[in-house]
Design a protein around this ligand. Structure first.
Ligand code: ARG
Length: 472
């Protein structure tokens, strides 16, 4: 590829060590798409005849079939001939169409190629992640619909705080997922500019019409500056940060499921098909899925740190350091997409122990705030009401009952504002329903939130699919 000026052959150990084909083979479809687009550009510039351009493009298509859409894909990584994916395409294309293949490298550099391939790769995988996130969100929505008015305790400081609808808890994750989807859509818009034609650093040495390749590859426009285009990787940083945030969310979900599946909580039964046993303790069923999800989050956070440190202080423009960013990228993408693939079927199969959840929501004075609100509706300042209910809680603790176990006389010794309707205002249903605000857990509000979330998720798919379809 570049041996003309060298007298000495490469040290075999160094040669092996600096190769990237062992991991960048994953970029083969992107490299082929970008090469086809470059052939169109060369044809428009009169460097390839229309027949030659067609031959090159057909050869590239044939090569994709041959190497990617076949059993060969699984052994690509061990092909020891090529230095990197760009070199591999040149070798294979030569095998397919002969000498003509060597014309394809006219007016381009591997520096612009790798920048283009990576943008295409991120765009496709961001779209894939959006699709998987949407499926998971829909699985959560479905469980929320089926949960109806079932109630569970909600926690602050991991202490029982107030009752909420089970659906409300599930929808909290849907909100996180929706932001994750929008982050991916957002960064895709920003990265969607075509580096082809940027050359090695200063721009192509031929008068190429860059808009042709940009259009063919579904980019918004050619990039604005060749030095930036060949060395920018902040789209990778942004993408990995978005993946790391998704991983954070999955880890919170995983942790809650792990906790709720303990005998101590007993809110959830784990699906057997997604759990494992212990080789020592015959009774065990372990939440390996959620534990691995939690653990993998650390690896993805590590990838963000790795690429950030690789980019820090890097002088313009291309430096080989940039190649080092690929492994953390591939590992994170493959690691996270695998998690997202599993989360929908896992969510579908979770068993909710509704009675246990409801019982837990009914003890521990989870209606104390609703009780204080009852008093404030009767003109008692909330600070006073808070204190009065605190005293009522104290008495209940002494008596070994909940607030509704106190008689009206007992309550009235703390405040004359208590009346017979106090009891109907602190039932589980009333406690939930008094949170009657947008985003609150009142039954009607949650029903409304569910309908809205579903509608949004169904319209999001259209927008993210449009981005995904841009390159095909
Ligand atoms: N494999 C290289 C990478 O991923 C391709 C670009 C090589 N460019 C160069 N000037 N050596 O960064």
């Amino acid at each position: 590829m570049w041996s003309g000026r060298f007298r000495e052959p490469l040290d075999a150990r160094f040669e092996e060590w600096q190769r990237s084909f062992g991991f960048d083979w994953r970029l083969l479809p992107q490299e082929i798409a970008a090469s086809k687009a470059h052939a169109s550009v060369l044809a428009a510039a009169g460097i390839l005849t229309p027949t030659e351009s067609a031959q090159v493009r057909n050869g590239l298509d044939a090569m994709l079939k041959d190497c990617w859409d076949s059993a060969r894909r699984s052994s690509l990584a061990s092909d020891s001939r090529a230095e990197d994916v760009h070199h591999f395409v040149e070798l294979e294309l030569t095998a397919h169409i002969g000498e003509l293949a060597l014309k394809l490298h006219t007016g381009r550099s591997r520096n612009e190629q790798i920048a283009t391939d990576l943008r295409l790769y991120v765009r496709e995988h961001a779209a894939k992640a959006q699709e998987l996130l949407r499926n998971w969100a829909l699985a959560l929505v479905e469980r929320a619909e089926a949960a109806g008015d079932a109630i569970m305790p909600a926690y602050t400081h991991l202490q029982r705080a107030e009752p909420v609808l089970l659906a409300h808890w599930l929808l909290a994750y849907v909100s996180m997922i929706e932001r994750d989807i929008s982050r991916l859509a957002d960064l895709t818009t920003r990265l969607n500019y075509c580096p082809l034609g940027s050359g090695a650093i200063a721009g192509a040495t031929l008068a190429l019409d860059r808009t042709i390749a940009s259009r063919e590859l579904g980019f918004t426009a050619p990039t604005a500056n060749s030095m930036d285009a060949t060395s920018d990787r902040d789209f990778l940083v942004e993408f990995l940060q978005a993946l790391a945030t998704i991983a954070l969310h999955t880890s919170r979900f995983a942790e809650e499921i792990t906790l709720f599946a303990t005998a101590e909580f007993g809110f959830i039964t784990l699906p057997e098909s997604f759990s494992t046993g212990s080789s020592a303790m015959p009774q065990k069923m372990n939440p390996d899925l959620t534990e691995l999800v939690r653990g993998r989050t650390g690896r993805i956070q590590g990838a963000v740190t790795a690429v950030t440190m690789q980019l820090k202080g890097l002088p313009l423009a291309y430096n080989k350091d940039l190649q080092e960013m690929q492994l953390p990228l591939f590992e994170s993408v493959e690691g996270l997409l695998a998690i997202l693939e599993l989360l929908s079927p896992f969510t579908n199969k979770l068993g909710f122990r509704l009675q246990t959840m409801e019982n837990a929501a009914e003890s521990g004075f989870l209606n104390a705030m609703a009780a204080a609100t009852y008093l404030s509706h009767r003109g008692v300042p909330f600070r006073r009401a808070h204190h009065i209910i605190g005293e009522a809680v104290r008495l209940s603790l002494d008596k070994g009952c909940e607030l509704d176990g106190l008689t009206l006389e007992e309550l009235r010794q703390f405040s004359p504002a208590f009346a017979e309707d106090f009891y109907s205002n602190i039932t589980l249903a009333a406690t939930v329903d008094c949170h009657d605000v947008i985003g609150g857990t009142a039954r009607a509000r949650v029903r409304e939130a569910l309908t809205r979330a579903k509608a949004r998720l169904n319209s999001e798919v259209t927008s993210s699919m449009e981005v995904a379809g841009a390159h095909s």
